[in-house]
Design a binder for this molecule. Structure first.
Ligand SMILES: Cc1ncc(COP(=O)(O)O)c(C=O)c1O
Length: 326
């Protein structure tokens, strides 16, 4: 696989066992891959993807990086952190209203001195604004580079293929085999990369995604498209079909980012049994799915199930009202 990436230190991320959680749930053997401990801001899955985009930005001589996401976007914040790490200026187009008080990722964006533009609603006008800001940069003699929402592009899929390789090596080290991998699925790049790596390395693990906003049909199409276009880009003989992508939309429940009692319970049981903190939007929903699947006897007792902790922790504090009553 021919790829070029810059290095945001922190790999390999730890692989930890969760024996007390397995016991509390009377479930399979549970492991957690601590991608919340990657370097960049408070850590998370975007580091692995951004390594590729920032290598490209550096190669192209960029000195300004423009990206977008929701006001509380984990990705936008990590873009800002990566940009600062490499001596570039971050410019963020954040979808939503400017709050009276900056909190969570937005507070971190501010600390990273990102130039922030708030914009109403998603749509082509977001890209238009990014392009206009890029034009303005060029007019001032700068060289801007645009990173799309979620940093999920065919060129960043190898980030999680390499994470899969990292995981396989860690499992070789403990002489165990991986039966299942569980992750949150948003823009699809994480699950796509894990599937890519799983196929390329012929691991035969089952990769289960918990969609946080898209329907099962849309999410599996997005993941398929990312895997297949990445394989084409890298000239790798590999392809998948949407029907074979295991992504569940049953756990979106009330909607994206809406904290329900299953997610609160998931956050609490993982914190109480393993001392590990999850976020309410992504990893909390993925853990709620894992717990539900355990309750439904989806796994066998001796299966090894790896939960990818993909970060998102700055958002935890935005839910202080609901969580402090939990
Ligand atoms: C903390 C966290 N976990 C998981 C995801 C989902 O990853 P992906 O967008 O690659 O599907 C995201 C995406 O924003 C995220 O911020």
């Amino acid at each position: 696989m021919r790829t070029q990436k810059t290095c945001f230190a922190g790999f390999p991320t730890p692989l930890q066992r969760m024996p007390r959680l397995s016991q509390a749930l009377a479930g399979p053997r549970l492991f957690v891959k601590r991608d919340d401990m990657t370097d960049l801001a408070f850590g998370g899955n975007k580091s692995r993807k951004l390594e590729f985009l920032f290598a490209d930005a550096k190669n192209k001589g960029a000195d300004v990086v423009i990206s977008t996401g929701a006001v509380q976007s984990n990705c936008a914040c990590m873009v800002a952190s990566a940009a600062r790490r490499l001596g570039m200026k971050p410019v963020l187009v954040l979808v939503g209203k400017e709050p009276a008080v900056y909190d969570g990722n937005l507070l971190l964006d501010k600390l990273l001195s990102a130039e922030i533009h708030f914009i109403d609603g998603y749509g082509p006008h977001v890209e238009d604004l990014m392009n206009r800001l890029a034009e303005e940069c060029r007019a001032k003699g700068h060289n801007p580079y645009i990173i799309p929402v979620g940093a999920s592009t065919p060129s960043t899929v190898p980030g999680y293929a390499l994470a899969m390789e990292e995981l396989v090596n860690q499992f070789h080290g403990i002489r165990e085999k991986i039966d299942y991998v569980v992750c949150a699925c948003g823009t699809g790049g994480t699950q796509a990369g894990l599937i890519f790596g799983n196929k390329l390395l012929d691991v035969k693990a089952k990769i289960l995604g918990a969609s946080v906003f898209a329907s099962k049909i849309d999410a599996s199409r997005t993941v398929t498209q990312l895997v297949n276009s990445s394989a084409k880009l890298l000239d790798v003989d590999l392809s998948i079909v949407p029907e074979k992508v295991s992504v569940f939309d049953d756990y979106i429940k009330e909607g994206y980012g809406i904290l329900n009692s299953e997610v609160t319970d998931a956050l609490k049981i993982v914190a109480e049994t393993e001392g590990i903190l999850l976020d309410p939007i992504y990893t909390g929903k993925a853990m709620a799915m894992l717990i539900d699947l355990i309750h439904k006897d989806y796994f066998k007792k001796g299966d090894n199930v790896v939960f990818f902790h993909t970060g998102g922790l700055p958002a935890l504090f935005l839910y202080r009202n609901k969580l402090s009553r939990a």
